[in-house]
Ligand binder design. Structure first.
Ligand SMILES: [Zn+2]
Length: 77
């Protein structure tokens, strides 16, 4: 599977992702353009913003990616 995920029109390697927000951004500012988006924090303090669909996909990809890192029963080293 790919180790790249797509967020905000950027292809981001999964290993660069530090965390993904569990709840949508809300800061209360009237002109906020990120409201309803999910913060995705990358290395070096970079941030990208995922829409709800992308957030789901990123989490799913992260899970299967980490599941492939030596967690499975049928490994063949
Ligand atoms: Zn905001």
């Amino acid at each position: 599977m790919s180790i790249m995920c797509r967020v905000d029109d950027k292809n981001i390697p999964l290993y660069r992702i530090m965390w993904v927000a569990a709840t949508p951004h809300f800061c209360g500012e009237e002109d906020c353009v990120r409201e309803g988006c999910y913060e995705v924090r990358l290395e070096h303090g970079e941030t990208v913003w995922a829409n709800p669909v992308e957030q789901g996909e990123v989490l799913q990809q992260l899970e299967s990616w980490q599941g492939g890192m030596g967690m499975s029963d049928d490994e063949d080293w």
